[in-house]
Write a new protein. Structure first.
Lengths: 302, 104
């Protein structure tokens, strides 16, 4: 897959590293790029110019890779940065991801993989930018996503609309995190109680080694196509200042408390129902339909 | 991933340096807690000041520590919380369950 228009990249490396070899590769692809060999000048360039991605080594003189990332994050919070690290520095790379890096690649880097990664990130960024423009020009926005249970068993889905609303300054970071957490909890219910048909009481049953039956059964069912291939549909709708997220499972659904009442005391907190409490506490409205197989959570944000 | 534990008087303070939203960080907390518990600490303080995100899985791990200590007349405390973690603890009323340790 090619990128049109060509992406604008900044390569930060000392000229000795393997990253230098890829300058030719970028040129061959017709991609525009600048190369800078120290973090101070790279930080200045990142602020002065608009790069779609900065690709950087973490080991350069003058400043730590972490300080460079923090500097970029402070001055240009939405700048995409991809780090390249040696296999012995995986913890550093994980810290970089925690600091907002969009991805990391381990040396030695396969050219095809590098190409695919950059295309994927640039396409995502362009899609987000397009969504942002759309949101600014329209009052209604909707998007749908379809997953298999197996895919979501090892992946956390955060609706892109949250990133768009946050970037547009419509919601705060705390609100974004709260809604993301509520979605995560609702998805967990739809996956575990809906598609995987797991009952909460299994959490109180343990095998001889002390492992709970809920986790063990979940692991088994995630390997069983009868459960793991079931789909999960997520619809997001932003309309008149209200954000609604609907999650539909294709299993047994989730037995919601009658009237939306969530029992809450120390005993229930220590056993089950925390996720439900988070959903009800973070969102304005929670509605169950279709025998519990469909949940819609909404929040007024404007 | 490992979380470090320091001792202040009779208290063991576990410094959580990753978000508590994954199996890896939950396991690291379980390991650090077990180590402090097995060496005899019955007042254990969780330092969550570096944590930005916690989910119900992470909260489950914190409550596992609470239950284990409570069953042995111990106490689980937390350093003063902030931001999203503080709000989530308040939402779940964990602030009523876990006393705050504001010593250094």
């Amino acid at each position: 897959m090619e990128l049109n228009p060509s992406p604008q990249l900044l390569l930060v490396h000392d000229g000795q590293s393997l990253l230098a070899d890829y300058s030719t590769f970028f040129a061959e692809n017709g991609w525009k790029y600048d190369c800078i060999s120290d973090f101070s000048n790279a930080l200045k360039a990142a602020c002065d110019k608009d790069y779609e991605i900065i690709i950087t080594d973490l080991d350069l003189p003058g400043m730590s890779g972490q300080a460079f990332l923090d500097g970029v994050r402070n001055q240009k919070p939405n700048q995409a940065v991809m780090v390249v690290s040696s296999p012995t520095k995986s913890e550093e790379a994980i810290r970089a991801l925690r600091s907002g890096a969009v991805d990391f690649l381990q040396k030695p880097i396969d050219q095809r993989f590098l190409h695919e990664t950059i295309v994927r990130i640039v396409n995502c960024l362009r899609q987000e930018e397009a969504q942002y423009r759309l949101l600014k020009s329209m009052t209604n926005y909707s998007a749908s996503y379809l997953f298999t249970t197996k895919a979501l068993g090892s992946y956390t889905f955060i609706p892109p609309i949250l990133g768009v609303l946050y970037q547009a300054g419509i919601i705060s970071l705390n609100t974004k995190l709260k809604i993301a957490l509520a979605v995560q909890e609702a998805l967990a219910n739809s996956i575990e109680h809906g598609n995987l048909e797991l009952e909460s009481k299994l959490k109180d049953q343990f095998d001889a080694s002390g492992k709970d039956q809920f986790t063990l059964t979940k692991q088994q069912r995630l390997l069983d196509p009868a459960y793991a291939d079931r789909e999960l549909k997520v619809d997001t709708l932003y309309c008149d200042g209200e954000l609604s997220i609907t999650i539909k499972d294709y299993g047994k659904g989730f037995n919601a408390p009658a009237g939306g009442e969530v029992k809450f005391d120390e005993a229930s907190l220590l056993c089950h129902g925390r996720g439900l409490r988070i959903i009800f506490g973070s969102m304005d409205k929670v509605m169950y339909q279709d025998g519990g197989t469909k949940i819609t959570i909404s929040k007024k944000i404007l | 991933m490992d979380f470090e534990t320091s001792e202040i008087g009779d208290k063991a303070v576990i410094k959580i340096t990753e978000d508590l939203d994954s199996e890896q960080s939950g396991e690291a907390l379980r390991k650090a807690f077990n180590k402090a518990y097995d060496t005899g600490s019955r007042t254990i303080v969780l330092d969550l000041t570096s944590v930005e995100i916690i989910n119900s899985y992470g909260i489950g791990k914190v409550l596992m520590c609470y239950k284990r200590l409570k069953a042995d007349n111990g106490v689980l405390m937390v350093k003063p919380l902030k931001g999203f973690v503080k709000e989530t603890f308040e939402l779940l009323m964990l602030d009523k369950l876990l006393p705050v340790y504001d010593g250094e």
